[in-house]
Design a protein around this ligand. Sequence first.
Ligand SMILES: Cc1ncc(COP(=O)(O)O)c(C=O)c1O
Length: 479
Amino acid sequence: MDERLDSFAPPLGPGFGPELLLQVPPRGGRRQAVEEALRVAIRGGRLRAGTRLPSSRELASQLGLARGTVAAAYEQLVAEGWLTSRSGSGTRVAAGASSPPAAAPVRAAPSAAPSHDLRPGRTDGGAFPRDAWARAMRHVLREAPADAFGRGDARGRLELRTTLAAYLGRVRGVRVDPSHVLVCSGFTQALGLLTEVFAELGVGRAAMENPAVGNHVRVVASRLDVADIAVDAEGMSCAELAASGAGVAVCTPAHQFPLGMSMAPARRAGLLAWAEENLGWIVEDDYDGEFRYDRKPVGALQARRPSRVVYAGSASKSLGPAVRLGWIACPPALLEPLVEAKRRAQPTSPLEQLALARLIDSGGYDRHLRGVRRAYRRRRDLLAEAVRSRLPRTRVLGIEAGLHAILRLPSGVPDEAAVLAALRSASVDVHALGAYLRAPLDHERRPPSLVVGYGTPPARGYRPAIDALVGRLRELGAA
Ligand SMILES: Cc1ncc(COP(=O)(O)O)c(C=O)c1O
């Protein structure tokens, strides 16, 4: 008997049915060999207590033996207490017969999840359009052609690319033909692919907003130099961009992350002029373009110069980050290398792509967005009102859009680290603005600020979360 097989083969869990990997040596008594092979598998933990074995007919046919031989081996093992046999539930490994290999100890989570999760960048999982998504997916499973179950075109399913080109034109003003849409697994994958392509094209340096999402900066910095570009009330500094020597600028024009302002018209013009004069590229991260509350929606920058602006969007805010779908409206000159990079990368589920296309085409996506926009707006209003009335010296910024706000704390409160620690002790989790800045926290130049997400708490938990946040900040002197 080859014991190595049993030490390396994966364990077969309870409920396992007709297949069984069993090595029976070619010589010697057949029945004894089957018995011994099963004993080894059970003793070693590969066949666990409760696992159903194939019927004697099935196993005999898999092993090329007579059915009676396997039936006799089963009977013997039942008599020895290795197996149980009951009519209706078949032959199973007896309780206590197997000794599963010791599992590696699972490390406990560092700390219990806070009861008030106000971290930014997250959505309300309870608002996910389960029924509409299930209907769309059922439709796809019923109607999709056979090739939808393969890896598919590296650019993504034509159905979704066609739908997205129309949707992005209608809602964000994006100008793109379906042949120049590339579907990927969220914005993060898109940014990774773009970084690869820019590096291949000889771009050495990328300009990135400071502050920005740390993970996005890490993705870009894996292949390119990153120049930190300051952001003020109007958006990214064009003067710093011009002086940076960068060949690509990555930015969030519709809603700066995390500060929340939209890029002023003069800056947008400056950014486009920079791209034109320097043959530079602009990556427009339009991560929450659908969530604009007070002002008229700001259209995509891409519409002004589709040949130099790479527009990138994501379903992570509109539906939820569990749906790993993002898209790029690609300038013609980047299409080929980008598709090639995607071909080398992790594919994006064609079934989910078709489900999103169906959701958009059926009107379900727009309906869902109308509903969540209303709900998030109410949350935002409640946060802004609580701060205005109970923390009059604290300012709420960046709330025209999105799912988070900046709370700029007044002088006299402790530094950001101390504020975060005090909030955590009240079970409130938020982020400090300093976590998104690529320079040490400087209290002389910048008042401590918090980035507060209002997407995550469940509907009933939202008011208590805001009360806990505001109450603790009052104790810290932010009133
Ligand atoms: C600034 C920003 N861009 C893009 C995204 C979307 O990233 P992804 O599509 O990889 O989830 C997020 C997070 O949702 C974000 O905060």
